[in-house]
Design a protein. Structure first.
Ligand SMILES: [Zn+2]
Ligand SMILES: [Zn+2]
Length: 345
């Protein structure tokens, strides 16, 4: 079978290998679709050093069941989550599941960009294989993980009733964040984005005002008009550029919150007026990844129609042409969300 992985020079490489088999308690899944995430692009660019496994937003059909697996059947349409917390350590005991020290040790074999991948027993046991409702299409399924990340972030930062929210960076996760805060009762949502297709996607739902950050004063102006000069309750840094963190601290109200949501560039430093942050009581809250209950909640909302997300997929590229998928995903002026499709699509 074909699968994609990181090559020695950081390129994404397509190789052949035998399909994985399901051991006791495990399942294998035939790929329908897997989103290309910003973190996949950063791994290829060498900015995010991890185990180097690519693809963590997969949906597909159960291809085989290991001994002892219950409640799943061959052919079931499923979303699979690659990381699961241990639920047993002091970090998990406090509810900070995505910061569990072993969270990112669990993963799919050989990753989500594979014709068939194996799901380890601990993922199966901890509920990481989620059957999709018939009304949830493959595109929406491939967005459940990033949408779950947005929901986990929103729960961690807190969203006051009628909140004013500004999202800096309307890539796929920024757009999902916008639609979720809207669905959860935000009063006003603004966003900034350079790339026109992403601004158009924002205007199709979730966002009241979209500005181009290259126009000087556009973000501050939009926030000023919407909040009468108070600043927003919540500013979301949904890009990796450190300079955006400073902008975010400048547009939140006194006592407001900045959510560090996008993966910062490796080695980047915070350059912001710390005395102003102190005197205005700004909370800086990093959030990372997501959990099974939050993915299930997003799935429920997509299934019942209260959250619409599948239109954010702008391109579907077959696994055989994964290089093209990565090039497109790396060009915001041409794409919103790119998904790689497999044999079960
Ligand atoms: Zn992702
Ligand atoms: Zn733990």
């Amino acid at each position: 079978m074909k699968y994609a992985h990181l090559g020695p020079e950081g390129h994404v490489v397509l190789s052949d290998r035998d399909p994985p088999t399901a051991g006791p308690g495990e399942v294998t899944v035939a790929l329908a679709a897997c989103g290309v995430c910003g973190t996949d692009l950063e791994k290829v660019r060498g900015n995010y050093r991890t185990a180097g496994i690519l693809g963590h937003e997969p949906v597909g059909r159960i291809a085989s069941l290991g001994a002892g697996v219950e409640n799943l059947a061959i052919g079931d349409r499923v979303f699979v989550h690659h990381h699961v917390p241990c639920y047993d350590c002091p970090v998990c005991a406090r509810g900070d599941y995505t910061f569990c020290p072993t969270y990112s040790r669990t993963n799919l074999d050989p990753g989500g960009f594979a014709e068939t991948f194996r799901v380890p027993k601990e993922n199966v046991d901890r509920g990481a294989v989620l059957p999709l409702a018939p009304s949830v299409d493959w595109d929406a399924g491939a967005l459940l993980e990033p949408a779950g990340c947005a929901l986990t972030a929103i729960r961690r930062v807190g969203l006051p009733e009628g909140a004013t929210v500004f999202i800096l960076g309307l890539g796929p996760v920024g757009l999902l964040y916008a639609r979720l805060v809207r669905a959860l009762g935000a009063g006003w949502v603004g966003g900034s984005e350079i790339a026109p297709p992403r601004r158009s996607a924002a205007e199709r739902g979730g966002i009241d005002v979209t500005v181009d950050p290259r126009e000087a004063g556009s973000i501050a102006g939009a926030v000023e008009r919407a909040t009468g000069g108070q600043g927003v309750d919540l500013a979301v840094v949904a890009t990796g550029h450190p300079s955006v963190v400073r902008s975010a601290t400048e547009i939140v109200r006194r006592g407001g919150t900045v959510n560090l949501f996008g993966l910062p560039e490796s080695g980047s430093r915070l350059d912001a007026d710390l005395q102003s942050i102190y005197l205005r009581g700004i909370r800086l809250v990093p959030t990372y990844a997501t959990t099974e209950p939050d993915i299930a909640e997003v799935h429920r909302r997509v299934a019942d129609g209260t959250l619409r997300i599948s239109d954010l997929v702008s391109h579907r590229v077959p696994l055989e042409r994964i290089g093209e998928a990565f090039r497109l995903a790396g060009r915001p002026e041409e794409s919103v969300k790119v998904v790689v499709t497999g044999p079960a699509a």
